[in-house]
Design a protein around this ligand. Sequence first.
Ligand SMILES: NC(=O)c1ccc[n+]([C@@H]2O[C@H](COP(=O)([O-])OP(=O)(O)OC[C@H]3O[C@@H](n4cnc5c(N)ncnc54)[C@H](OP(=O)(O)O)[C@@H]3O)[C@@H](O)[C@H]2O)c1
Length: 764
Amino acid sequence: PGFLGALARLAVSGVPVETGWLFRGRDAVDAGTSPRPKRPGWTVDGHLLRTADGTIPAGALRPAEQISLGSSPAEQPTSEAMVADFLRTSREMIAAQRDVLLGFLGSSEAPTVVVPERPKVALVASDAPKAALGASDAPKATLGRSVLETVVAVIGERTGYPVEMIEPDLDLEADLSVDSIKRAEIAGELAARLGLTGGDVEEFAKARTAAAIADLVGTPQQPEAGTSVLETVVAVIGERTGYPVDMIEPDLDLEADLSVDSIKRAEIAGELTVRLGTGDVEELAKARTAAGIAELLGTSHDEPRPVAAEPEPVVIAPKRYVLTEVELAPAGTPDIAGRRFLVLGSGTFAEDVRGELETHGAEAETAEEVRPGFDGYLFLDPVLPTAFPRYQDALAAHPRWLLSAGPAEGLRGFHRSVAREYPETLTRVVEGADAAGLVAELSTPDREPVVIRRGTTRHGIQPTEQDLGPLATNGAGPAGDGVAEAAAIGLDRESVVLLVGGAKGITARFARTLAATARCRIELLGRTALAAEDEYPQAKDAKELRAALIATDLRNPAEIERAVRRITGEREVRTTLAELEALGSPVRYQSVDILDAEAVHRAVKEIHAEHGRLDGIVYAAGVIEDKLVADKTAESFTRVYSTKADGARTLLEATADLPDEPKFVVLFGSIAAALGNRGQTDYAAANDALETLGRRWPAGRAVTVHWGPWAPAAGGMVTAELMRDYARRGIALIDPEEGALGLLRELAWGRAGTAAVVHTASGW
Ligand SMILES: NC(=O)c1ccc[n+]([C@@H]2O[C@H](COP(=O)([O-])OP(=O)(O)OC[C@H]3O[C@@H](n4cnc5c(N)ncnc54)[C@H](OP(=O)(O)O)[C@@H]3O)[C@@H](O)[C@H]2O)c1
């Protein structure tokens, strides 16, 4: 007060006083010049909503009215009419609450609520028969599913409501907010699934309930006579990709030219087996071209098979696991007499290993390169990703043993994944073993892919469930979710958090939680370069973008796909920036490739110099290019591996130069590193490497969080197709809200020494 008083005295005595800098960096607005807040256009008084002039908007809840009981018995309403009134008002109330909730959640499709008219027929008692799924009144079964079930399933997929909530007689518009556009989509999807033709689709879109749609559908037809198998294949590919059928040449490579990945191919294959009532989904999904699929279908003589109902994805809060060592049974004497081994390495250790193998009666050679013809390969000093081609050669021989002497960056995740792809090979990384210990690992009955040896004792690693204590489990205070955690981490509005790969996907979701709970300054890095503005604002989604691009005469599908990816990527970044700002966090995005060391060093230095601090770092850049070892190129392996490992290393070096340590560092890893995954040797190795790098980070807390799959509502690597695939495999997905809060709790209440944890809704 003394200081401000002095300034005031100076000002009134005529000294020009510059006060602007007092407010710099603070959340202050100039009341004199900033626009006056508008008078609210409506009021809410606890349960009712009115516009400024007191009118109740259409569809809003009306105040309770007294029901006149009348004076004569003839005027008394029947109990049925009273129940009907009660149900009508309850229904209005639920509809109003639903709209408030949708509005709060930011649904882009604010539904126009059509309050159903008061039923003309008096409501019947609760024992009245209800149309139930699978009931005998839904006889038009199509390939194992009744038409009504298919209708309900499609509505469920499109609205997100669980199927058991979609009663056949619910009004789609009033009760489920399915507007006419969404109904048209549902109708289109049904037509596709049930093999129906054009004119009908419009009729279905007009129907107001699932039961009415099912009635209209009647018995599904087979594809029109005269339509060739190839035409049907092309039509389905067109529907699933958005390409006009005349652009889908039969010999176009589905993956390379149309970006139809293996999961989408499986969906197309599934759709075709339903429409044509024949074919093997797995076989069809392997075909690379429309012509290839048509050929397989043409030669398929399978009987039509019932199609299993699509399981609903399960989206739940993740559990937390710590990777802990467990003691394993001692190794026995290896039974390797007469077996041939190639020891990959040189020097004394290689000679010792060779000698040890020979002591057990095996034949052994040392070499630098892999040759076929051996029962086992022992890699002595492998360094990923350079060693990948040699591993690939060794695995091509389907050896009985494939051992690596570790520890080395990424080898745990790599071997866990190899074990899943080559179940007949005993594959493992052995850490801390001398020559005798390494050779002893050829004997053991267990198939642990990671073994840590201390003398003759052996340890494996197991994810063990461990919660973070009562504060994390029961909540840490009366403030909103995560606020106490942000404070416990030491984050406030002055703090600066850098998120690499944070403008998109699950990291952007976490950034939103940071903004909502700490309103800290957020610095984002990613590769996407932002154009000044959206080139196709009228095209809402990828399908519409494709159409818009095709309309500009772009005819090359690969180019179109690139453009679609670029534009949707830019949109995602813009949305993140807008949302973080709206939540109160100052935010900046910079396009920086994490593999460009110079640019990364420059960006980190500038961020620190500008704010004088860097409180937290989230490293989440990553790419996936899933393929089995046998099909993967060395370049692809290196790309996937380096984005994580080299990127994290560069960031570590860049931040190590800063004068102060960040409060926390989080590296986004993957459950693939902790459990291994088919097709992800590179990605699993890369995420495992993060653990090693994280341990070197000077920070109050540095932790690698191996995530299980997140629900695609958060964006990110789990696409809608992948989600359906997980649902079929019974793998639950992380609820985005819970996932982000879980990470905040991890940082707030986790032990500083815990270098790696798994947060997942499911194992596999
Ligand atoms: N989603 C999940 O369920 C899940 C599960 C386990 C682990 N994770 C991990 O979580 C992280 C985020 O994944 P996500 O699912 O949200 O995927 P995502 O949306 O694809 O995010 C990946 C991010 O990394 C950035 N990136 C990639 N290469 C980069 C490079 N060279 N330089 C700078 N930035 C780069 C991307 O930016 P650009 O697009 O601009 O290049 C993007 O922002 C990843 O590390 C992933 O491994 C995710």
